[in-house]
Design a protein around this ligand. Sequence first.
Ligand code: HEM
Length: 246
Amino acid sequence: MDREYYYKTIGGDGSLDYEIYLNTHQLLQCQKPYDQLAVPDELQFQIVHQVEELWMKLMAFTLLDIDDYMRASNANRVMTLFRRVNQILTMMMMQLDLLETMSPKEYQEIRLQLGNGSGQESPGFRTLLKMAPELWEGYEAGFLKDGRTLEQVYNTDYSHDDAYMVAECLAEFDELFQKFRYHHLQLIARSIGLGSKSLKGRPVEMLERGVKKQFFPQVWEIRGKMTDDWGASYGVIRDSITPKAH
Ligand code: HEM
């Protein structure tokens, strides 16, 4: 096939309405020129990162709306928008897997191109890390009014109401974020190995701490508390329900 010809058609010339509206001309030039790629897999490496940055931009933008709707106690809006955010996180996780089609050797060649860059410098990720814990204040303002507690929402006054549904959206977001971080760690295990050091000289194991980070510990603690409270009826170890042989 005529490589030069197809390189040109993939980029388009930016003159059609579709291209103008979506700014495809600029978008498709955000990657290294083909003749400067260290190895062909470098194009995939750049595109996956760029796409993930776009998803994080959309997520952060949507979380700002979610915060406003939580403060206005508008559970329907919050649930629809959290469905979007949580779907994006699921996709981001799947998209990381694309990079597992890259061999460790080819990645080493790409890695030489990265200076001392680090995913921790990702503007989208840094924004999300900052923004997420603040969502809890929005939840409290909109759904834990007049001294209502999470204990009442989940246990003593449980009615599967708006306060419960929105808390579960927060739990799902938190869980998916941790899963994304775990998936990313597995990608590192596949490419550079977990025992190595990052391009900033930090041990990769440091990322394991992030995998355990919870944005909303409250929605996790309530479950443990319920287990302790309900378990109090039988003590620490429960009697067997198997009928005793006489
Ligand atoms: C072969 C592919 C990849 C490798 C080997 C890799 C490796 C690493 C390493 C070693 C770190 C730690 C950096 C430090 O100590 O400063 C890191 C952090 C990070 N990377 Fe990647 N990464 C890869 C792909 C990706 C992709 C596709 C994304 C897309 C979003 C990404 C996002 C991040 C983020 C957000 C962090 C910070 C994580 C945290 O603080 O928990 N990485 N990556």
